[in-house]
Design a protein around this ligand. Structure first.
Ligand SMILES: *Cc1c(COP(=O)(O)O)cnc(C)c1O
Length: 734
């Protein structure tokens, strides 16, 4: 930006700019300001776009290029303050029509810096031009003031009639007009040089000002007379006379291109009682200035702006105007915030950060519906086990295609409830065995323990071509051979880890051979399917989690059970509500595992997007699988069928996993490890009989050492994915 102090030689450039500016010709042009220049030291500036934008200031530049803004201002020596125009009329930054918010920030920052550095000013009293006069709302000004840490220092309230959208004149005013006409009042425009009329009006005005407001006018009658003779086209005096030709009311109007400023409004007692001003204002609004954009009836503050005369505002409003705030902000020019005003808008040289999962951003995509639903449920007065629960259960069982869905407090409890209900229905005993894969989140194993059963850990195998998890019958056979026969094997719990479904034919074949239940942990597999059957409908029962980070997540905890077994579902529903079907009658030992109505409603809002987001996850995964090409980094095999994976997690495997993670972090990419310590190595599960590991678990151990989860959030852009790929492909283990 180049800043040029205004001087009389720039008058034409200034006037041209003002006439074509966004704020129009509201501000009196330079001729008028220059006339008053002897009253104060003018420090107005013109702001131009510099080619190299280094914030240079010049003083006498003739060839200054494009002006993008001008700011009229005065200097107040005693307080070393710059006041954005403190003259007769309103001042503030005038900008080019097509200015952007960022440019306003830059302009004001340059202006503030200029006043501080070149003039040694400490304070700027800045008066943004009220938006009502702009062709566009000038929120840019306010935002810049906010960034500069400016404080509101004075608020004046003016009343403005917007001629194109004026309010209706009140009946009281219309009656006043009738009264004035009936009294024989008439309107007269003072002729140029009619000093007698001006004197008579001035006496009336001084008298009324003193009587009602204990104030005297800013101008003396001589000053105003001089002004009128100097600017006869801009300043007009309108008066109302009674039938004996005496002045009963009058105003002085300062005309600009689009605004008529009414100042010095006065009426005698006779005029007030008989509607003299009603007559006059109706004339100004409907006749004289009907082609102007605005008629400004002036501010309604007294005692130097300290007291708001609300009666006066109401009265002015009844002429069809609206109250407009004329504010002054105090900008402390050595405020450190000024140096960083534009920083948010500067391109960052900081490295781009790619979050693992930006939940805030993701959930924002559901607004305003989330907020609306939260509000609606809050106002409904019903918070647990109501319509919203029923509605989502219906939705989810239709989606998974099972006969039942029972909402539970979370995913862990869904699994616990399935196991407990089976124990009760089928006579399983405490300590009976449940097979569970070692490479899972601890919740699966914990659920078995919580139900009083014994987890028996095994390693999954993977199909050599499409990588689907499956049972290694030899491995399982050796495990079964080692189990103590004092307890029975009751169930197997395959976990569709990372969103990839198990080879369920292979699991069910094993289960029916041993007459055990298949309980899916589907907490990571919302929407995955194999041969047209969804995860959650592939076994005897499935536990789900709607933890916020899952593919379908609530804004807190929630979970559910899906099953085709009606008896099981019914018992789980009872158990989850204190074991009671009827209030205060507890048939079975239960627990409290409920979902609140707000979470259920949120799930209903988010549900329709699950397939869309899963599709996006698949696209991202596909991009990774196609793009990652580094012998140090291994991927899962591509699924034979895209439906078989919903990519809750995108895992890669690397012998130098920790180095890889640190390297990505250094380059702004957040990753996670699922899971660094496998359940059987957790301290909480050590101890006599807490879990059984009849065979070693090399697959589980290796995954815990080598797995790294890449960001795969549906709100990630392809550019983000590509930059992760580029980083991975550049990775070398030193
Ligand atoms: C998230 C998860 C759970 C537990 O769900 P919560 O709702 O957190 O209790 C269980 N198993 C697996 C595999 C999970 O990923």
């Amino acid at each position: 930006m180049i800043i040029i102090p205004y001087s009389i030689t720039h008058r034409d450039a200034w006037n041209d700019f003002v006439a074509g500016s966004k704020q129009g010709t509201f501000l009196l042009n330079r001729n008028f300001m220059d006339y008053h220049a002897d009253r104060f030291f003018d420090c107005s500036i013109m702001i131009c776009q510099a080619d190299d934008d280094k914030g240079a200031y010049t003083s006498t530049e003739q060839n200054f290029g494009d002006i993008i803004a001008v700011m009229p201002a005065n200097w107040i020596e005693e307080t070393q303050t710059v006041e954005s125009h403190g003259g007769l009329t309103y001042g503030g930054l005038l900008t080019r029509e097509d200015i952007t918010e960022t440019e306003v920030l830059q302009v004001l920052q340059a202006a503030f810096t200029y006043y501080r550095e070149m003039m040694g000013a400490r304070v700027l009293l800045y008066k943004p031009i009220p938006y009502i006069y702009s062709t566009l709302p000038s929120g840019e000004d306010l935002y810049a003031l906010f960034r500069a840490n400016a404080q509101l220092s004075r608020r004046l309230v003016s009343s403005v009639v917007d001629m194109r959208h004026q309010l209706r004149m009140s009946a009281l005013r219309t009656n006043g007009v009738k009264k004035a006409l009936a009294s024989g009042f008439y309107i007269d425009r003072m002729q140029e040089g009619d000093r007698e009329t001006l004197n008579e009006f001035w006496v009336l005005m001084e008298d009324m000002l003193m009587r009602h407001h204990k104030a005297s006018p800013t101008h003396t009658v001589d000053e105003i007379s001089l002004l009128i003779s100097r600017f006869p086209r801009e300043i007009k005096v309108y008066i109302v006379r009674n039938s004996s030709l005496r002045i009963v009311a009058g105003v002085i109007v300062f005309e600009t291109g689009s605004v008529a400023h009414v100042q010095y409004i006065a009426s005698s007692t006779e005029g007030i009682e008989n509607g003299a001003l009603d007559l006059l204002f109706r004339h100004l609004i409907t006749e004289r200035y009907k082609n102007m954009d605005y008629l400004d009836l002036g501010t309604s503050n007294e005692a130097h702006g300290h007291i708001l005369n609300e009666g006066l505002i109401a009265k002015k409003e009844s002429f069809g105007g609206r109250a407009v705030c004329y504010d002054t902000y105090r900008v402390m020019l050595d405020e450190p915030g000024i140096a960083t005003m534009c920083d948010l808008h500067k391109p960052k040289d900081k490295k781009k950060q790619i979050k693992y999962l930006d939940l805030k951003k993701l959930n924002h995509t559901y607004e305003p519906y989330l907020s609306y639903e939260i509000n609606r449920v809050t106002q409904s007065g019903f918070y647990l086990l109501g319509q919203e629960n029923q509605r989502f259960e219906q939705t989810w069982k239709n989606y998974v295609r099972t006969r039942n869905c029972v909402l539970t407090g979370n995913g862990l409890e869904a699994l616990v409830l399935i196991l407990r209900a089976y124990m009760q229905l089928n006579g399983w005993r405490r300590g009976d065995y449940v097979l569970v894969q070692g490479n899972t989140y601890i919740a699966t194993v914990m659920a078995i323990r919580e139900a009083g059963l014994t987890p028996v850990l095994f390693d999954p195998a993977y199909h050599p071509v499409h990588g689907m998890p499956m049972l290694d019958y030899d491995h399982i056979g050796r495990i079964l051979a080692k189990l103590d026969s004092s307890h029975s094997l009751r169930a197997i719990m395959p976990v569709h880890l990372y969103g990839r479904v198990w080879d369920m034919d292979n699991v069910r074949k094993f289960a029916s051979l041993h007459d055990i239940k298949v309980i899916e942990d589907a907490a990571q597999a919302h929407g995955a399917e194999i041969n047209g059957v969804r995860a959650g409908a592939l076994g005897d029962a499935a536990g789900w989690s709607f933890y916020p980070g899952k593919n379908l997540g609530a804004l807190g905890d929630a979970g559910c059970v899906t099953t085709n077994d009606d008896k099981l579902a019914d018992l789980i529903r009872t158990m989850a509500n204190y074991g009671s079907r009827e209030k205060y009658v507890n048939e079975v030992e239960g627990m409290n595992s409920r979902v609140d109505e707000i979470q259920a409603a949120i799930l209903t809002v988010k549900f329709p997007y699950l397939n869309i987001e899963n599709k996006r996850r698949r696209e991202i995964a596909d991009r990774y699988m196609t793009g990652i090409d580094n012998p140090l980094i291994k991927l899962q095999q591509r699924p034979g069928n895209p439906e078989e994976n919903v990519w809750h997690i995108f895992p890669v495997y690397c012998a130098e996993r920790d180095k890889l993670q640190a390297y990505l972090k250094e380059n702004g990419v957040e990753t996670l490890i699922h899971y660094p310590i496998p359940p059987h190595r957790q301290a909480s599960l050590h101890g006599e009989g807490k879990l059984l590991i009849p065979e070693s678990l090399p697959v589980t151990e290796k995954e815990a050492r080598e797995e790294l989860s890449l960001p795969v959030s549906p709100v990630m852009s392809n550019d983000d994915v590509d930059s992760v790929i580029a980083l991975l492909n550049r990775f070398v283990a030193q």
